[in-house]
Design a protein. Structure first.
Length: 281
């Protein structure tokens, strides 16, 4: 059944940034965990530093030796992710201030779902015009955990592995089932104190050694991704649109609302991304 709570006049003046882009970034786990770049180009070139310039101790008034910074670039071509919903004209004439949010929320949830699906889920068929996600990323680092979560040692190891790559883990992303299992771990037999920490500013957020633990249903059960935000990119095109048409659903006395975003993903330093996997069995 279509949603039925919009103002036709309001629909013609929808702000795509406020209605679509900002809420998608807020709802998508991937866009929360990755560094987001905004772009107006069909292809975005992002610089990657392969080697830093050399610094040395120099005596006062002596010349400083010149050195070059070795760089490369990643070319990201954001792909289109779109949603379409239908709203009846009967209530499209309603002037309720919540009108835009009703349609916008549905589009936001659907687009955020698809972004997280490609970021954390199985690699899609080559015919699907979507970005490549973490599972298909060549060269990521790995940490093996026991068959059942018993402590937080694998996460501490992942932090260390990333540090060895010159990166800092800024979030862990787990399937909700694994997050629940980790939340049930206690500091000792008979203790009610959990191993997971908490953020006083966000009481519902779980943390491991100060790093937030986020959840996505698209992460494979038994896998946790350790994400260094500085080395995982998402490019969001600025030309997101929300369009309205009465013609496509003229016979139904309704209006169609279409939301379109373009998003690309890039990984300039794959070895800085760590996958924690429970041992089989």
């Amino acid at each position: 059944m279509p949603n039925t709570t919009l103002n036709t006049n309001a629909l013609t003046d929808l702000d795509a940034t406020q209605l679509l882009v900002q809420p998608v970034i807020a709802q998508s786990v991937a866009l929360q965990a990755f560094t987001v770049f905004n772009s107006s180009e069909a292809q975005t070139r992002l610089p990657v530093v392969l080697a830093d310039p050399a610094a040395n101790w120099v005596a006062e008034a002596q010349p400083i030796t010149e050195s070059d910074m070795e760089t490369a670039e990643i070319v990201v071509a954001p792909a289109k992710v779109a949603g379409l919903t239908v709203v009846s004209n009967e209530l499209a004439e309603d002037s309720s201030p919540q009108a835009q949010a009703v349609v916008g929320d549905g589009l936001v949830r659907s687009i955020a779902y698809r972004i997280d699906e490609v970021a954390f889920g199985p690699t899609l068929a080559p015919t699907v015009p979507a970005p490549s996600g973490l599972r298909g990323l060549p060269g990521f680092s790995t940490v093996e955990a026991p068959g059942q979560w018993a402590d937080l040692d694998p996460f501490l190891e992942a932090l260390s592995v990333a540090e060895g790559q010159g990166a800092a883990i800024t979030s862990f992303i787990a399937n909700p089932a694994d997050a629940l299992a980790l939340a049930r771990l206690r500091q000792g037999a008979g203790s009610n104190v959990t191993l997971l920490g908490s953020d006083p500013t966000q009481p519902t957020q779980r943390v491991i050694s100060g790093v937030p633990l986020l959840t996505s249903r698209h992460v494979e059960v038994g896998t946790v991704w350790a994400i260094p935000k500085a080395f995982v990119y998402a490019v969001v095109r600025r030309d997101a649109t929300v369009d309205v048409s009465e013609h496509a659903v003229f016979a139904r006395d309704a209006v169609a609302v279409r939301g379109v975003m373009r998003v690309g993903l890039a990984y300039p330093h794959p070895a800085a991304v760590v996958r924690i996997s429970r041992a089989a069995g």
